[in-house]
Design a protein around this ligand. Structure first.
Ligand SMILES: [Zn+2]
Length: 238
């Protein structure tokens, strides 16, 4: 890892010191749905300039572009089939290769086979993983965060029945239209995905722990607290 002082980043450092730019710091962010890993990844991306590589975003982009591959992806997802590990990595490769200041992987790897494929690829291009951050949030809180979400079909406003409830249940404050809950965000769907996550991810946690790369962050606090924790960990690499 290359350490350097950067004017822009230095200004945003509360301790006033010099932060790493993390030129070749490659990080995996892991955590269950609702742990806030997407938010943390975006914050670290804007703070340090690490390339943000989100497997979910990449798949959605491809579908949106309407390419032949995009149609294949949509077909697999719509049929509820599991997405082939090799194909996901193919989509991530270009972004990994072009990342100059390190990268953050969000949503990949999700199982041990993907870990193996990723390692083989990184080795072939002379890169490796420096750090794995696991955001720990109890299932009950994940369910509360996600299954409380209601979205306005008309203006896209997002509410949460616990934290930011609409004034009238089921009605958008901004435009007065009906709110809806995404099918994959309903309690039962979230519970099911959390169960799969724990099954598939526990071996990954153990694997990275044995490699000495795993750091666990308490994700029950605010996004700002989670970010501060992640920054302390990244800075301890100095
Ligand atoms: Zn609305």
């Amino acid at each position: 890892m290359h350490l350097t002082c950067n004017q822009e980043i230095e200004g945003s450092n509360p301790s006033g010191g010099c932060l790493i730019r993390g030129d070749d710091m490659n990080i995996i962010i892991m955590g269950p749905q609702g742990s806030g890993k997407g938010v943390l990844s975006r914050h670290l991306n804007s703070k340090y300039g690490f390339a943000l590589i989100s497997s979910g975003d990449i798949l959605r982009e491809e579908i949106k572009k309407g390419t032949k591959l995009g149609k294949q992806i949509a077909d697999i997802i719509n049929k509820g089939n599991l997405f082939p590990d090799e194909l996901t990595l193919e989509l991530l490769k270009k972004k990994i290769r072009s990342s100059r200041q390190g990268f953050i992987l969000d949503g990949y790897p999700r199982n041990l086979n993907q870990v193996k494929l990723l390692e083989e690829h990184l080795e072939s291009i002379g890169k490796d993983i420096d750090l794995v951050i696991y955001i720990d949030v109890p299932d009950s809180l994940c369910i509360e965060r996600i299954s409380g979400r209601w979205i306005c079909r008309n203006c896209g406003a997002i509410y949460n029945t616990k934290t930011i409830p609409p004034k009238m249940p089921g009605i958008c404050d901004k435009c007065g239209k009906a709110l809806y809950q995404r099918a994959d965000e309903k309690k039962e769907a979230v519970e099911q995905r959390l169960q799969i996550f724990h099954e598939k991810t526990q071996p990954l946690k153990n694997y990275y722990k044995e490699k000495g790369l795993l750091k666990v962050i308490d994700g029950t606090g605010s996004p700002k607290e989670v970010l501060q924790n992640a920054i302390s960990i990244i800075e301890s690499f100095k």
